[in-house]
Design a protein around this ligand. Structure first.
Ligand code: ZN
Length: 55
């Protein structure tokens, strides 16, 4: 189904956006690539900020 994913713990269909299964409280691992890239970009920005601060 669109916008839904299966919980590997209890096999229930839950919302794609859910971080935790509402049925069994299973915690889904970080999913979307977009979020990963955003986190990476933030990390790089932070490192650059530190580097330029101490130059
Ligand atoms: Zn579950």
């Amino acid at each position: 189904m669109k916008g839904q994913k299966e919980c590997p713990s209890c096999a229930m269909m839950v919302s794609e956006k859910a971080n935790v299964c509402p049925v069994c409280q299973y915690e889904f691992p970080a999913q979307s690539k977009g979020m990963r890239w955003l986190a990476l970009a933030l990390l790089i920005a932070l490192i650059l900020l530190f580097v330029f601060r101490y130059l």
